[in-house]
Write a protein that binds this ligand. Sequence first.
Ligand code: CS2
Ligand code: MG
Length: 408
Amino acid sequence: MKIIDAKVFIGGPAKNYVTLKIMTDQGVYGLGDATLNNRETLPAAYLQDYLIPNLIGLDPRRSEDIWQFFYRGAYFRRGPIAMAAFGAIDMALWDIKGKLANMPVYELFGGLSRDGAMVYAHATGSDLEDLMDSISHYVEQGYKAVRVQCGIPGMPTASYAVPEHKGEGKHYITDFAGIRPKVEVWDTDKYLRYMPDALAEIRDRFGPDLKILHDVHHRLLPREAAEFAKAVEPARLFWLEDPTPAEDQNALRMIRQHSTTPIAIGEVFNSVWDCNRLIEDELIDFIRIAVTYGGGITPVKRIVDLAGLHNVRTGFHGAPSHSPISMAAQSHLNAWAPNFGIQEYLVLGTPECDALFPSDHRMDNGMIHVSDAPGLGVDFDETEAKRYSYKPGSHPVVRLQDGTMWNY
Ligand code: CS2
Ligand code: MG
């Protein structure tokens, strides 16, 4: 069996999805996602200029060897651009593998460990009451878990994933303002003073059963993160996400020394070497690495297994930061993983998105039910794809009040 061709498509409704389609001499094709927010053309070029020419003629069933060939053969390894390109190929080869076996991919991992995988929605508000309305909206839809992001009184501009005005909602992933990013201004002190009470009020309002998640989005220094994680303990969060940048994996020790608030890290990672210390020393409770930026199913499944040895659960980063194809791939891992935690799910299930990526996966009452179609259970409509093209865009950058560059 041989790979005879592969094509890359950039574009989609409101988002530059990067889709790879690999075709074989037996008519079976596979789909992969290489969507890297703000930098979509780069994994696409890596695929078109370097990887696809080397794919032609290979046996698609040799997915492990192909991954090793590209990873070790690159010499300059890792990084989100290369790993997103490798990831798309790996997802597509697993898709082909499942179709050849006439099985959904989760069967190739070891079968179902659950019938439905819990997801969390994104509630947001320009102020606390606006956020409470947003949370109520998702609770009424049956979500068991909700991420909450709130406007902070006196914050110079709206911060991460927070709308400027009441009732707006915020598609921070799709509200690209062109290639020159908008500048947000951040004030840590205002955040540290306000957010613990806001989270406590949310817990009071919605009771003990709602799983409440909050994303700090890399904004705090390790000491500040430790102070904050301790201050929010009464709110009993399901998780506190990205409290501090984790390039320095040791920085997380300070949080662990001061707080029992569950910690989730990893959406910006692209290799096991970005997070092995965090996992082996149990400095986190959830690993967020995504199959797209993490190099595909093959390496991410290894990270899931390592996490399972150390009481760390999965909490994969989710669409629409990457496409319904990676969401499908993660749905198979979510269905199988013995240490599954939760799946991020920002609904972009617009009719246009569903038309571009027809899928058999089903969302119901806050749970994803994985497709049992052979392969990944998602398709790609090339005719629909002709409606879209690449639109340069970038999410904001962040500065402190004195102009110091900070973390988005
Ligand atoms: C966010 C990300 O969903 C999340 O948890 O942290 O979506 C992040 O803002 C984007 O991927 C950045 O491009
Ligand atoms: Mg996040």
